[in-house]
Design a protein around this ligand. Structure first.
Ligand SMILES: CC(C)(COP(=O)(O)OP(=O)(O)OC[C@H]1O[C@@H](n2cnc3c(N)ncnc32)[C@H](O)[C@@H]1OP(=O)(O)O)[C@@H](O)C(=O)NCCC(=O)NCCS
Length: 172
């Protein structure tokens, strides 16, 4: 399915909040589990609208009907080291497994390397998240190593995999 990126708009918090209530989505993410109110979610969206020089959040929309289906980001952008951390969520579960994530990561790598002039894009992913790991490999990211018992969630300590791609390896 064809997608495009846009900046967040204030009203997007209603959609992103509904995703945050879905444990299938949050359990696959590396962060801890929190209860987030809709007003806190609205504040979060207002903060990411800023898109400063350190953190870039992009809403992922379908070209066919402009529906917001997820978001992705380049965080902790470092000017001297020219690297940033990638994240992605296809929050609408019905839209997962349709190639949108793959498309979005490819577009985000293109933006990171060809517009932001980054040298390295990296991420951390739960080792149990096979779908995400396969997707990242398809996009050219390589495994850097395993972070043992990196995050406590779902009643256990979970290992995470560090992955990255360098500009010299990118051939998008
Ligand atoms: C992980 C995520 C981004 C993947 O995006 P998606 O749109 O669902 O995935 P895609 O349809 O683009 O699939 C990309 C590739 O992943 C692999 N894949 C898809 N489903 C898979 C599964 N169930 N198991 C293993 N690999 C799978 C396939 O290689 C697929 O390529 P193919 O369709 O050519 O075979 C998305 O499912 C998501 O946001 N999940 C919840 C949050 C999350 O896990 N975020 C990542 C945190 S690091």
């Amino acid at each position: 399915m064809e997608i495009y990126f846009r900046a967040f708009e204030k009203d997007d918090y209603k959609t992103t909040h509904s995703w945050r209530l879905n444990r299938n989505v949050t359990n696959s993410l590396g962060g801890n589990t929190f209860f987030v109110s809709s007003s806190r979610e609205a504040e979060w969206v207002e903060s990411v609208i800023e898109n400063d020089r350190t953190n870039l959040y992009l809403a992922i929309c379908l070209k066919e009907n402009h529906t917001l289906v997820g978001y992705c980001s380049l965080n902790s952008i470092e000017n001297i080291n020219k690297k940033a951390e990638l994240s992605i969520v296809i929050g609408d579960e019905n839209m997962q497994g349709k190639g949108i994530g793959l498309n979005a990561v490819q577009l985000l790598l293109q933006h990171g390397f060809q517009e932001l002039n980054l040298n390295k894009i990296y991420l951390k992913v739960l080792t149990t998240n096979k779908r995400a790991i396969e997707l990242y490999k398809k996009c050219g990211l390589k495994e850097e190593g395993i972070l043992r018992e990196e995050v406590f969630k779902c009643n256990k300590y979970n290992d995470m995999m560090m992955m990255s791609i360098l500009k010299s390896e990118y051939n998008g």
